[in-house]
Write a protein that binds this ligand. Structure first.
Ligand code: ATP
Ligand code: MG
Length: 568
């Protein structure tokens, strides 16, 4: 393709609305444009990479034995009502009516139509196991669409669904998907970790997320270099690290006027935050609950919600705090609450002694509190978020924290949807059983953005070869020079004839402009044809290199083909 003919609207300026590198670069490099909040079109250069990622996903799904089909995006409400998710999705689901008043949605994820199709067509164990997939648009009216296609409202997902006769079968199907996912993200050039994820809300029995390490990721991952343990921080088990203190001292009431926060307590008592225990009041589906973690810890709301098995968890407001504790915010504690409520304490709090807690009275705290001696009856559980340097729950080594972008998710669903939608099969004895299901998703757009997050520099994108929109770019420095022009054209044709996707920057522009565009767009190889073309010499430069290397046209062509061989 000739750059002079290419629909490639690049921008020099960093767009004001884009906060993270991938979003900025996707706009600046002319890969995509915004149509509405969280809704983007891909322009030719962007769509080429998009299709390359899709193709990698497709090849690996097929290799794993999954079968591709395509479902509609416009789906009738009925099966989502049968599964209960018509309600569960709430405002995130795009809903509409046809002219007859019948309700529809734009599919946010397709468990229901896949389960329904298999229920209607599959009768016996002979058809199982079976994994089906599609690569198709999804619609979610996200509360906060942001970071370009990282979190958008229309996106393309590869979603796969496995159907097995039993849990052992599901294990095999699940492992096959896990392996395929590793191959996919390896081929995309991503540095990622596979983490144990929380499966609480969806009620499944196992779930892993594929996280691309990146500072702009929304998820926090705890991992152990020593043993390979890795988990989402919503799930990572926190091992109690008790702090020394002297047990058995009598509880004392301390006047602490206007001392409410942990910082204020530290200053007042002149001691470390580990000596304090915070009592946080929550409303779990409207019912007040008191939850405790140490002063230097963070309460993990996902762990708390899973423990309480509630669907809505929110912090209680000041009126509720006053009603339950009898004191204004800042003085809540476990002992002598005005209204007795369910009390849950983090394992670390339970194992501590000599703590300072709120006294449920304005301007007072209690000290020398030993939970097992002084608290009213309470439950203990893992409630805190893991911290950097915590002991690994699997080997005891130190945990590290990093941020990650969730690009893929694999999930053991069990019989949740097959029970709800009566998706059953007959076994050898003619007995009916529910199929055991798994579901597996990869966001194509988000994966593309994640690749850019890990592969860029100050000048632009540095596409890994496997997903690059074009393999190489031939740049004649002066297109008006007949020799340069002729050598560049010949090299371009030669590489094209060898089957590579090649660009020829035939624009009559200053070399600086062409090189800037080349760096921005991030084609892996650049072949510059300049003054030495008359001597048969050109410059070969990989996008990740600082400087070009001079070589003969033949050498440059050979090196390009060697380097980009697997590209096709
Ligand atoms: P998140 O927690 O980021 O909202 P999710 O748990 O809702 O993700 P899944 O329902 O598991 O995501 O979807 C599977 C994959 O689809 C995700 O791993 C991600 O790659 C992609 N995805 C989900 N929501 C979006 C979105 N709003 N924009 C782009 N990609 C998305
Ligand atoms: Mg989501």
């Amino acid at each position: 393709m000739r750059v002079s003919r290419l629909f490639l609207p690049t921008q020099r300026e960093v767009p004001a609305e884009a906060e993270i590198p991938s979003h900025q670069l996707m706009l600046r490099a002319g890969l995509m444009r915004k149509i509405a909040s969280g809704i983007y079109s891909f322009l030719p250069m962007g769509y080429r990479t998009f299709r390359r990622i899709e193709q990698i996903v497709r090849e690996e799904m097929d290799r794993a034995g999954a079968q591709e089909l395509i479902m509609p995006a416009l789906l009738p409400a009925e099966t989502y009502m049968e599964s209960g998710r018509w309600q569960v999705f709430g405002p995130e689901m795009f809903r509409l009516r046809d002219r007859g008043g019948r309700e529809f949605c734009l599919g946010p994820t397709h468990e229901e139509p896949f389960t329904e199709t298999v229920r209607n067509e599959v009768r016996t164990y002979r058809a199982l196991p079976m994994t089906l997939y599609q690569i198709q648009h999804k619609y979610r009216d996200e509360k906060r669409p942001r970071f370009g296609v990282m979190r958008c409202r229309e996106f393309v997902m590869k979603d796969a669904y496995s159907f097995d006769r039993d849990a052992a079968g599901l294990d095999v199907s699940y492992r096959a998907m896990e392996k395929a996912y590793r191959r996919i993200f390896d081929r995309c050039g991503l540095d990622y970790i596979v983490v144990d994820a929380d499966s609480g809300a969806m009620g499944g029995s196992g779930s892993q997320e594929f996280m691309v390490k990146s500072d702009v990721g929304e998820a926090v991952i705890a991992y152990c270099d020593a043993c390979g343990y890795a988990a989402n921080d919503e799930k990572a088990e926190a091992v109690p690290a008790p702090k020394p203190g002297t047990a058995g001292q009598p509880v004392g009431k301390v006047h602490t006027p206007s001392v409410r926060t942990i910082e204020e307590l530290m200053a007042f008592f002149g001691s470390s935050p580990a000596r304090f225990a915070k009592t946080l009041l929550y409303l779990a589906d409207g019912v007040p609950v008191a939850a405790m973690v140490r002063g230097d810890r963070e309460l993990n709301e996902t762990k708390l919600a899973n423990l309480l098995r509630c669907s809505e968890l929110e912090m209680a407001g000041p009126d509720e705090v006053l009603r339950v504790t009898g004191a204004p915010v800042g003085f809540a504690g476990p002992i002598r609450l005005a209204v007795p409520v369910r009390l849950v304490a983090d394992r670390e709090v339970a194992a501590s002694v000599d703590l300072v807690v709120g006294a449920n009275e304005a301007d007072f705290h209690l000290e020398h509190v030993d939970p097992r001696r002084d608290f009213p009856p309470f439950e203990e559980a893992d409630l805190r978020t893991v911290a950097d340097g915590d002991a690994c729950p699997s080997c005891g080594g130190p945990l590290s924290l990093c941020r990650g972008i969730e690009v893929g998710h694999i999930f053991k669903l069990g019989t949740k949807y097959s029970d709800a939608l009566s998706c059953v099969f007959l076994d050898e004895e003619g007995k009916e059983n529910p199929m055991v299901m798994g579901c597996y998703g990869i966001g194509i757009n988000r994966t593309m953005a994640a690749v850019i997050e890990q592969h860029h520099d100050d000048h632009g994108i540095r596409w890994p070869a496997a997903v690059a929109p074009y393999a190489a770019l031939v740049v004649p420095v002066m297109v008006t020079d007949p020799v340069q022009r002729q050598v560049a054209e010949a090299l371009y044709e030669r590489l094209r004839d060898a089957g590579l996707d090649v660009l020829l920057d035939d624009r009559d522009e200053r070399p600086g402009v062409k090189f800037k565009d080349a760096d921005l767009v991030g084609i892996p190889l650049r072949l510059t044809v300049g003054r030495k073309a008359a001597d048969g010499l050109v410059e070969y430069k990989e996008r990740t290199w600082d400087k070009p290397v001079e070589m003969s046209v033949d050498e440059a062509a050979a090196k390009t083909l060697e380097r980009m061989g697997p590209y096709r």
